[in-house]
Design a protein around this ligand. Structure first.
Ligand SMILES: [Zn+2]
Length: 188
């Protein structure tokens, strides 16, 4: 199954919100959740795309922070192949945020979009992200939500590779693990 760009964008937003807002390890270094102005900037950056650059209030940023923690749990459950737990988490998000599917016409082509009940920033994004994850988990994309396997890293990713063989958040983590394996071999 191939997703249209809307769902891909929602999954990318989920990935970026988790990676920017949740503490843990980032490519070998401890990562603290941003606060204050940094938190607002992190949310703005995670949601930004071509021609779209939202301004985020402190109150909205706090809501995205809470959402990101719950999104991380979905990636962790999917990564562990615990699809029952992933489904429970996403269903709770769907219940709370109430996405409304709608067909939008783009130059004569119909696209299925998920909107919120309210154009407000958080109320618009949260249902969309919940719906995007639901679409992924309800299709053969479910196994493509992952958590980086490299030591000192727990950033998440959506695996878009052809063979769905991705294990790391970044080429940096992939190289770190390769280099460590190489050193191990050289020692032995
Ligand atoms: Zn990583």
């Amino acid at each position: 199954m191939r997703f249209d760009s809307h769902v891909v964008r929602l999954l990318a937003a989920a990935e970026q919100l988790v990676n920017a807002l949740t503490p843990g390890g980032d490519r070998g270094k401890p990562y603290d959740a941003p606060e204050g102005r940094d938190l607002r900037t992190a949310v703005e950056t995670a949601l930004r795309s071509d021609g779209y650059a939202p301004r985020v209030t402190a109150a909205q940023a706090e809501r995205f922070l809470a959402l990101a923690g719950r999104l991380r749990e979905v990636f962790v459950a999917a990564d562990a192949s615990d699809l029952t737990r992933a489904a429970r988490l996403v269903n709770a998000l769907l219940d709370e945020t109430g996405p409304r599917p709608r067909l939008d016409d783009h130059d004569g082509e119909l696209h299925l979009h998920f909107h919120g009940s309210d154009p407000e920033l958080y109320a618009g994004w949260a249902p969309g992200v919940a719906a995007g994850l639901a679409m992924a988990l309800g299709s053969d994309m479910g196994g493509r939500l992952g958590v980086c396997e490299a030591p000192g890293c727990d950033r998440v990713y959506v695996d878009a590779s052809k063979n769905s063989g991705r294990r790391f958040c970044s080429t940096r983590c992939q190289s770190r693990v390769k280099a460590a394996a190489h050193r191990e071999r050289a020692k032995g």
